[in-house]
Write a protein that binds this ligand. Sequence first.
Ligand SMILES: Cc1cc2nc3c(=O)[nH]c(=O)nc-3n(C[C@H](O)[C@H](O)[C@H](O)COP(=O)(O)O)c2cc1C
Length: 211
Amino acid sequence: MSYEELLGIIRGRRSVRRFKPDPVPPEDIERMLEAALWAPSGSNTQPWLFNVVTNRDQIAQTADVIRLEIERIALEAPGFAETGENLARWGTFFDRAPLVFFVAGRRERSSWRTKLAETMPEHPAAGGSLSWLVSCAAAIQNLLLAAHALGYGTCWMGAPLVAKIPLEGFLELPEGYELLAVIPTGRPAEEPFPPRRKPREETVRLISQGR
Ligand SMILES: Cc1cc2nc3c(=O)[nH]c(=O)nc-3n(C[C@H](O)[C@H](O)[C@H](O)COP(=O)(O)O)c2cc1C
């Protein structure tokens, strides 16, 4: 594959929020997972867990878990009501997708960091590492790109994490795993305009060029 083809996939991927109801065949789900699972990870820990849900009722129930949690928060914190309404809209539209990935991860620690924490606990690098989290993010991006290459739309969603704890219970995540992202997937029913990217000066620094 050429650079242009790869960039075409990367640039062409959009966050899609409307889906056709057609079920996603298992072989396509498998191909998306295959791409995700080949992501790099710190010390090859592969700290991710992809929870695949295709059952319409289960998907609807997970969205209800989120709505309920938002209502509960709004009862305790009345100032939250308006934000909560928005959050409910932006955080539950995954219930219109025929396939949803609930991506979880485990706080793995590399052996050098464990050793450092034992021998020099006050060293700043001995604390919590984000390696497990960024490794999961790499796997998620692989999944989004593979889905796009196969003609599916996806949206990486963080808003559902307002109900992280109840969702983790509902999904019966294994001990030690935390919910990181919700990714609705399906044939796109919209073609979103690409949101603008920041100018290079804000996001790239050329620290040195040549000698
Ligand atoms: C960590 C993360 C969390 C996100 N959470 C949400 C979300 O909860 N709801 C939503 O509609 N989009 C969400 N998005 C999608 C972003 O809004 C989107 O990626 C951004 O606007 C750029 O658009 P593009 O993905 O089409 O390039 C999230 C993206 C990331 C990476």
